[in-house]
Design a protein around this ligand. Sequence first.
Ligand code: ATP
Length: 219
Amino acid sequence: MKKEFVVIGLGRFGGSIVSELVELGSDVMAVDINPTLVDEYADIATQAVALDSTDETALRSLGIHNVEHVIIAIGENIQSSILTTLILKELGVPKLTVKAQNDHHEKVLEKVGADQIVRPERDMGVRVANNIVSNNILDYLDLSDEHSIAELNVNGKIAGDTLIDLDIRANYGINIVAIKRADDIIVSPRAEEKIQNGDVLIVIGSDIDIHHFEKKLFH
Ligand code: ATP
């Protein structure tokens, strides 16, 4: 069955979510208060509707309470973002993903029942900073304040070693959850797996351990 989504707010963030969900084969209703933006998405989204998402009657008339997942990508107008979240929660939408602008906004969204809160600018900043500090870190995803998943680009230094040779868990306190090799992905690699030049290691661990591992074996 096709997944159904509604995206409210068609700025750069919401707009790219609409395009990507459509690309992934989902039905997407695109909503914005600005009719010019709605027109831009008329040919991309399954359906595009101009309305004010703080207007409960307008939301009800869309049948939005039957949608399984709504993404609220309203940025600057924090009041509208919070009110929209509150209304959709009360209407019984099972899953709400909401973009937050800052810590205060995030706290209020938690209180009014947002299921998932995203901070795209902050998260992207963390990724870019990690990539700037180390060219070998391709991507970085915060799991908590202290733990992350990172993608590390293998250069010559450890190519040819097996995971058992490096004894990564014992020596560095991190786990390799997968290895990306060309178009393949080896999930939960065996201890005898030989690391090759050009592999990308996907590791999980504390930020300190990941950076220690990267410094020791990738420089
Ligand atoms: P970007 O994703 O481009 O960074 P942003 O964080 O600057 O966006 P805004 O541009 O403030 O966010 O808001 C995103 C979109 O949400 C805008 O296109 C705006 O018209 C829309 N929007 C704001 N308030 C409402 C509302 N009450 N109902 C529907 N859409 C709204």
